[in-house]
Design a protein around this ligand. Structure first.
Ligand SMILES: [Zn+2]
Length: 328
């Protein structure tokens, strides 16, 4: 008789297990509107998340800071729309760098701890603009100068490359997405780069391990619940030893997005899934639907049962060091 997925219809539910009882930093979530964010911050607290690194547009940061104080450490979401602006003399748009450098400095003055860019395959296919474009240089320079990590989304799941990215002429291979990242990591050793979604390649831990071993300025975060839960579950033993060997290079993040009309279970189900993945022992049905799940009965989460000292680094210590923040 298969186990039923946990239900969250009775409102907020706490963590499934308490192997780790200290504070947690969510190093990758999204919020713009204060009222939308209130429920996320409240549910996060029920799961031990005391500080949220909320990715927000520059104009949203002051109100979020005022509403949430030390519970929030903003990450400024940079404006990539300026990439499309026609540049004088065929060069790169100078407003792209100018506007974003100004936004970074202003956000830093308001307490922002990082910046975010999105260079997914579909963005590059649409714009032809890669992360290693020379126009990005001033942005990388100011982030390096201020010691602010850059969170970057590079690749998407393998199952997407088998489906919506099957047109290789348009999207390239998954491996090709990483050329731009490696160019930037090598050319900007003082720029701290945080690879979103287990570096975008939880399917290939050897690859992510090589990037971490080659570039000391690279970290990965655990954001994207169903993707990371799925791929670490299917290679449980490999994932456990990968995490134990690189416990200083992985940061907990949920990728939760605060949205209007959210129900508590929209957030609690994701935090529950994460805590079962990292701390649980044994298999549980996942409360998060996943069209890429390889199991016949629906998505599963296989608990990694990480040691408490590894959990402390993943949940708190690494983010504290990486962003230069506390949890008090
Ligand atoms: Zn995200």
């Amino acid at each position: 008789m298969p186990l039923e997925p946990p239900r969250f219809t009775e409102g907020l539910a706490g963590p499934p297990i308490r192997r780790y009882s200290g504070p947690i930093i969510d190093a990758h979530c999204h919020m713009d509107d204060v009222e939308d964010a209130r429920l996320l911050v409240r549910v996060a607290g029920d799961f031990g998340v005391k500080v949220l690194c909320g990715i927000a547009r520059p104009h949203a940061i002051p109100a979020l800071q005022q509403a949430f104080g030390d519970r929030l450490r903003p990450i400024v979401r940079l404006d990539q729309s300026l990439i499309a602006e026609p540049a004088p003399h065929g060069g790169s748009s100078t407003r792209l760098a100018g506007e974003n450098v100004r936004a970074i400095r202003e956000a830093r003055a308001r307490g922002a701890v990082g910046a975010k860019l999105w260079f997914a395959p579909r963005f590059i296919a649409e714009t032809g603009f890669r992360l290693d474009n020379p126009a990005m240089q001033p942005i990388f320079d100011v982030l390096g100068e201020l010691g602010m990590p850059l969170i970057v989304h590079i690749a998407d799941p393998d199952c997407w490359f088998a489906n919506q990215y099957a047109d290789r002429a348009r999207f390239g291979t998954k491996a090709e997405q990483y050329e731009q990242l490696e160019h930037v990591l090598a050319a900007h050793p003082t720029l701290k780069v945080q690879g979103a979604h287990f570096g975008g390649d939880p399917e290939h831990l050897v690859h992510i391990g090589r990037l971490l071993d080659t570039y000391p300025n690279y970290m990965i975060d655990s954001s994207a619940t169903k993707w990371v839960c799925r791929e670490l579950s299917v290679r449980l033993a490999e994932a456990r030893s990968f995490i134990a060997a690189r416990a200083d290079r992985i940061i907990f993040g949920s990728d939760l997005v605060a949205f209007h009309d959210a129900r508590p279970e929209d957030y609690s189900s994701r935090y529950w899934a994460h805590r079962w993945l990292w701390e649980g022992e044994g298999v549980r049905p996942s409360p998060v639907p996943d069209p890429c799940a390889p199991w016949s009965e629906g998505p599963e989460i296989h608990g990694l049962a990480l040691q408490v000292d590894v959990l402390a680094r993943l949940y708190t210590d690494n983010a504290r060091r990486w962003f230069g923040i506390g949890t008090e």
